[in-house]
Design a protein around this ligand. Structure first.
Ligand SMILES: NC(=O)c1ccc[n+]([C@@H]2O[C@H](COP(=O)([O-])OP(=O)(O)OC[C@H]3O[C@@H](n4cnc5c(N)ncnc54)[C@H](OP(=O)(O)O)[C@@H]3O)[C@@H](O)[C@H]2O)c1
Length: 284
């Protein structure tokens, strides 16, 4: 059996990789995990100083770092960044749509701004990124598209319905593209809980893994050509059980586990949503 290290080196060496959301959490950890492999990185996020810190931390590695401040909710910004990076390195081997947020969009805390932000970042942002990359990759003999979904895309999730839709939507979009562009490889990754800022303040997390472990798992899965990755194994089991569970049983379970049975009409004032600083992100 070929060692993981050999697989990683063979696949990732000198790859031209554009990744969104590299300023924190999983994106940051993926860059750290790949830095030893001479990757030509394009790093995007809104927090440019965080990207610069990451590049500074890894400056002794074999990799190179191209940085651009970019809000993935803005299509023109994304398209211009993707084109500029591809021009800079002479093509694009891997695009990694990682940027994401998770906000409470439950009935009780409904807030249109939050709903729009989750859609625009997780779904539209990923579509802008992938679509812009495909303009370049479709002309190439090969290329890899990585999308970060979530175990939350398994089924409808109380309190996180919009987050769940965005991740499910991304998975379906990528699956559709895989049929249209058979010379490219599409990898959808569904992490369970990973210890990053997105789960801060969530008391209900289970089977949490470190960003380092998650990153290692993801970069190896892409190198191995996996089309769909779900981790850790406990959440993979939950994902598959959830998928095949009969509707009445699933609803019974979610009502109880999520404690969502509330007296009808008890709603929070939507204006309190951001005012209270409740930007905590509690999905997987
Ligand atoms: N951690 C988990 O448990 C978990 C589980 C399943 C899936 N995921 C998914 O993994 C991905 C990464 O999340 P994470 O856990 O690493 O959380 P995180 O530490 O909060 O990182 C989120 C990243 O997304 C970027 N981002 C957010 N809004 C953006 C925007 N409008 N434009 C550009 N970049 C934006 C952030 O950068 P800036 O703020 O600098 O823009 C940041 O780098 C997300 O798609 C998330 O849904 C996470």
């Amino acid at each position: 059996m070929i060692r993981a290290e050999t697989i990683l080196r063979r696949f990732w060496w000198r790859k031209r990789l554009l990744i969104t959301g590299a300023s924190s959490g999983l994106g940051w950890a993926v860059v750290q995990a790949l830095a030893p492999y001479g990757v030509q990185f394009g790093l995007l996020a809104r927090r440019k100083t965080a990207l610069e810190m990451l590049a500074e931390e890894l400056k002794e590695s074999d990799s190179t770092f191209w940085i651009r401040q970019c809000d993935v909710r803005r299509r023109e910004e994304v398209e211009s960044a993707v084109r500029a990076f591809a021009r800079h390195v002479g093509g694009l081997d891997v695009v990694w749509a990682n940027s994401g947020i998770s906000l409470d969009t439950s009935f009780a805390k409904w807030n249109w701004q939050a709903v729009q932000d989750v859609f625009q970042t997780n779904l539209w942002g990923a579509i802008y990124t992938i679509r812009a990359a495909l303009e370049i990759m479709a002309e190439q003999p090969e290329g890899h598209v990585v999308g970060v979904g979530s175990v939350a895309s398994m089924r409808g999730l109380p309190g996180r319905g919009i987050y769940s839709i965005t991740k499910m939507g991304l998975a379906y979009y990528m699956e559709s593209l895989a049929g249209e562009l058979p010379h490219l490889r599409f990898h959808i990754i569904h992490p369970g809980y990973v210890r990053t800022p997105i789960i801060e303040g969530n008391p209900n997390v289970q089977f949490v893994v470190s960003p380092e472990k998650a990153a290692r798992k993801m970069v190896l899965a892409v190198a191995r050509g996996k089309a769909r990755v779900i981790f850790p194994w406990q959440m993979k089991l939950v994902y598959h059980l959830g998928h095949c569970m009969p509707e009445p049983l699933y609803l019974w379970l979610t009502k109880r586990i999520a404690g969502m049975v509330r007296p009808a009409g008890r709603r929070q004032d939507p204006d309190q949503f951001y005012a209270s600083g409740d930007r905590s992100s509690q999905s997987t």
